[in-house]
Design a protein around this ligand. Sequence first.
Ligand code: 5AD
Ligand code: SF4
Length: 518
Amino acid sequence: MNEEQRLNAGLIKPDLATPDPEQKKEKDYSQYFQTVYTPPSLKKARKRGKEDVKYFDDFEIDERFLGMGKGRKFYIRTYGCQMNEHDTEVMAGIFTALGYEATNSVDDANIILLNTCAIRENAENKVFGELGHLKPLKQRNPDVLIGVCGCMSQEESVVNKILRTYDQVDMIFGTHNIHRLPHIIHEAYMSKEMVIEVWSKEGDIIENLPKVRHGNIKAWVNIMYGCDKFCTYCIVPYTRGKERSRRPEDIIQEVRHLAAKGYQEITLLGQNVNAYGKDFEDVNYRLADLFADLRNIDIPRIRFTTSHPWDFDDELIEVLAKGGNLVEHIHLPVQSGSSAVLKIMGRSYTREKFIELASKIKESIPNVSLTTDIIVGFPNETDEQFEETLTLYEEVGFETAYTYIYSPRDGTPAEKMADNIPMEVKKERLQRLNKLVNEYSAKAMQQFEGQVVEVLVEGESKRNDEVLSGYTRRSKLVNFKAPKSVIGKLVHVKITEAKTWSLDGEFIGVVKQKEVVS
Ligand code: 5AD
Ligand code: SF4
């Protein structure tokens, strides 16, 4: 697109249009574009201090950019965790505020963003594969803008690889500056070069960003950003920066607002939610306090993810035990059942401490469903150490787990550890673990046979549009037949058959409001 076309499309203000090349030389654009390529630095990430996080609650789209997307469509493909899903909702909100329309097809899109995940190598490979698929599209239609954002963009090696190999990419930006999207797109339209805006310094906390939420039944609410745990295998503390908590009043206001709009469930998000509030210098207000306040809001269900066992204190257990809208499901990643492996992973607890914590939670919260994350094949994990993971799984009685083969991540301490365990052995361990996980999931499902459960109906089942599906408070998927009018409501369902990963049941009726919070 040439400058005149951009001007006509409202992408640049008339005073920025410079048809005369001589005039272009003299014009100082620096006030409009503050883009600097600061390569992400793992060394700096480790040295970060407490200072310098600023709060802003006055986000507004610069009026120069309003209407920028008129007649144009955006497409965002999201990889990875709920945090990324939620970032995509924010970016969709910004696109919409700029006048863009959403599309589900890359062929229809004027801007394509890949919101990436860096947690394991296979997550990254999917993104590189997708960039390869997009190349012919870019060749057919050079005006389409392709962007890479999310966690991979924070990695120096990824940025360099894209610069070297993927010239179909027009812009790369990181996790700390998605509020700068309008500027970044603007510059991508203006520039012939790839636009790179990656900040190594973690972002300030910016409230009031626009959001286009996915659906109107369940919503995600960020409570904190970043992670300071530095588990030795994990890239997140580098890609997401240091721990920064949102102010309680902003979170409470957001949840109230969602409740008033009729949302039935919220999930509080953070890489390590148990560290919530640790960074406040002016108040002593932690996750247990936040839960105590959120319990009073008239919204049927509140979940949270993800926890670290280290900060799971008694106050937290106590408030969760009060129930009400705080559901009986806790996702508590253990990673390994061997104290020796946990030590090298930098997890700050032992097998015994974890089991003690799990028992305390189970005693205090009857019917709690505990689920977990496990990594197998950590460098030099022995057969015995792996067996300890299996026995811990049984001892705790997890209801399900996300299981992974260890994947070395660029620049993490574990990446530098020699590893003498062949991939075949790692794969075999994963299979054995998954077999156990399946058995325990099936067992957890069976306890519901014949029982009446409360289900939040999310919509038609993915496999059969005559069947509706939703989740129980303990995160069990339930399929049943009922009128479509109950979508978005809490209903009672009698369970007729338990399967390994889901429950089938018969619809009984809609839950009366006063029954919701018990
Ligand atoms: N390799 C494999 N799994 C990992 N996880 C985090 N980093 C790695 C890695 N390098 C897993 C952990 C974490 C989950 C989100 O991803 O189990 O809890
Ligand atoms: Fe990664 Fe979670 Fe450990 Fe933080 S606590 S470093 S996000 S595994």
